[in-house]
Write a protein that binds this ligand. Structure first.
Ligand code: TPP
Ligand code: MG
Length: 391
C-alpha cells in the first residue's frame, strides 16, 4: 500500500544503461577453466556446484528416456532439452524457494531443480492429463504449448504478488522464436511500465523448429530487444552454468529489490530435433551439430569440477546410477498409464454451463460410444496414445 506500482523505474529511460554487454557473459571456458567477473559473482558453495552438475546429469538421462518412451508409442510427442541443461538448471537454481517458474514445453531441467516428478510432466506428452504435479507445491506452472503465452501469466502473477507486497519473483522461459510472438511483446511492455518482478529468460537455442535465428529477427541480438521495453538486457553463454547462474541471480535480485524486470538471452544450442516429430537433417548440417557438441554444458561443468577436485569417479558413477534409477521410475510411472475420460475435455473450459459446449460434448460421447460398439469382439491393440503431432 502507498507505493505507486505504476511508476516506471527511475533509470528505465536511459538506453545506455539497458544495453546488453558486447560479449555474452562467460565465466567457464569450454575446457572448464574459471574466469572471474566482478560484475557477476558466483555465490555458490562447492556442494551447490556439484548439485547443479547432478541435476544436469539427471535431466539428460530422463530426457533420453522420454525420447525412448515416445519411440515406443508411450508418448505422442516429446520436446527434448538436450544441450540446454545448463541454461535451464543454472537459471532455476538462481531462484529462491518462494519464486515461481513459468515454463514452455522444453523445461525439463528447470522442473528437475524444482523437484517436479518428470513423469508428472510427461502426462502432457502422453495426452493423459495436463500434468500431475501441483503447481503451488513446486511453484512451477503447467507447461505451455502455445508459444509465449506463459510470459503473460508470469507477468500477471508477478504483478499480483507485488500488489500483495509478496516479495516473490517470477521467471518465464521462452525461446528465440517466442520473441517474435505477440504475447511476450505484450508481457514485456506491461512488465516494463509496471515494474513487475519478472525475469524473461530467453533460451536462444538457434532455431524455432526449422527457422534459424537470422531468419527470426533483424535485431542485433535478442537481448537488444529489451531496450524497447525499458528493461535491462543481459546476454550469457547459456552452456556455461556459472555464467547463467550469476546473470540470472543478478536479475532476480534486482527484480526482488523493486528495480523491475529484465530480459536475459542465454545462448545455447538445441542438440536434438525440435520434437520427436521433426527431422532436423532437412535444415541443419552434421558439421554444425558436431561444432555445437564441442560446447556441451555437462562436459564443461564436469571439467570444471574435476579441475577443482570436487568430483571423483565414485561420485560421478553415483550420479549416473541415480539418473538411471530416476529414468526407470519415470518409465514405470508412464508406461501404459491409463487414459482418462475424453469427455473430461469439456469440464474446465467455462465456469457456467454452455449449450454449444454441451452439444459438442454429446457429439463426442456418441462418437466414442459408436466406436466402442464397432470394436466389440476386436482383440487387437487400441489406438496409440496421443495423436502424435507437434508441440
Ligand atoms: C502460438 C503458437 N504458434 C505456433 C506454434 C507452433 N510452434 C511450436 S514450437 C514453435 C517454435 C518455437 O521456437 P522457439 O520459441 O525458439 O522455442 P524452442 O522450440 O526452440 O524451444 C512453433 C512455431 C505454437 N505452438 N504456438
Ligand atoms: Mg528456439
Amino acid at each position: 500500500m502507498g507505493e505507486d506500482v505504476t511508476a516506471p523505474a527511475a533509470d528505465a529511460r536511459d538506453p545506455a544503461s539497458l544495453l546488453p554487454p558486447d560479449e555474452p557473459v562467460r565465466l567457464l571456458s569450454p575446457d572448464g577453466t574459471f574466469h572471474a567477473d566482478a560484475a557477476y559473482p558466483v555465490a555458490l558453495s562447492d556442494a551447490e556446484l556439484v548439485a547443479i552438475h547432478r541435476a544436469m546429469v539427471i535431466t539428460r538421462r530422463v530426457d533420453r528416456e522420454a525420447i525412448n518412451l515416445q519411440r515406443q508409442g508411450q508418448l505422442g510427442v516429446y520436446a527434448s532439452c538436450l544441450g540446454q541443461e545448463a541454461a535451464q538448471v543454472a537459471s532455476a537454481w538462481a531462484l529462491d524457494a518462494q519464486d515461481w517458474v513459468f515454463p514452455s514445453y522444453r523445461e525439463l531441467g528447470a522442473a528437475v531443480v524444482r523437484e517436479v516428478d518428470p513423469a508428472d510432466l510427461l502426462h502432457l506428452f502422453r495426452g493423459t492429463w495436463l500434468s500431475n504435479h501441483d503447481p503451488y507445491e513446486h511453484r512451477f506452472a503447467l507447461l505451455s504449448i502455445p508459444i509465449g503465452t506463459q510470459a503473460l501469466h508470469a507477468t500477471g502473477f508477478a504483478m499480483g504478488a507485488r500488489l500483495d507486497a509478496n516479495p516473490l519473483v517470477t521467471i518465464v522461459y521462452f525461446g528465440d522464436g517466442g520473441t517474435s510472438e505477440g504475447d511476450p511483446h505484450e508481457a514485456m511492455t506491461f512488465a516494463g511500465v509496471l515494474r513487475a518482478p519478472v525475469v524473461f529468460f530467453v533460451q536462444n537455442n538457434q532455431y524455432a523448429i526449422s527457422v534459424p535465428l537470422d531468419q527470426q529477427t533483424a535485431a542485433p541480438t535478442l537481448a537488444h530487444k529489451a531496450v524497447g521495453y525499458g528493461l535491462p538486457g543481459y546476454r550469457c553463454d547459456g552452456n556455461d552454468p556459472l555464467a547463467t547462474f550469476a546473470v540470472t541471480r543478478r536479475a532476480v535480485e534486482d527484480a526482488r529489490a523493486g528495480h523491475g524486470p529484465a530480459l536475459i538471452e542465454a545462448l545455447t544450442y538445441r542438440m536434438e530435433a525440435h520434437t520427436t516429430s521433426d527431422d532436423p537433417t532437412r535444415y541443419r548440417t552434421q558439421e554444425e551439430l558436431e561444432a555445437a557438441a564441442r560446447t556441451d554444458p555437462i562436459a564443461r561443468m564436469r571439467n570444471h569440477l574435476r579441475q577443482r577436485d570436487l568430483l571423483d569417479d565414485a561420485t560421478e558413477a553415483g550420479f549416473e546410477q541415480e539418473a538411471d534409477e530416476r529414468a526407470r521410475a519415470v518409465r514405470d510411472a508412464i508406461y501404459d498409464a491409463p487414459h482418462g475420460d475424453p469427455l473430461e475435455l469439456f469440464d474446465h473450459v467455462t465456469l457456467a454451463d454452455r449449450a454449444d459446449l454441451a452439444a459438442q460434448r454429446e457429439e463426442l460421447r456418441a462418437e466414442l460410444a459408436a466406436r466402442v460398439a464397432g470394436q466389440e469382439g476386436d482383440d487387437g491393440p487400441g489406438p496409440a496414445p496421443g495423436a502424435g503431432g507437434d508441440a
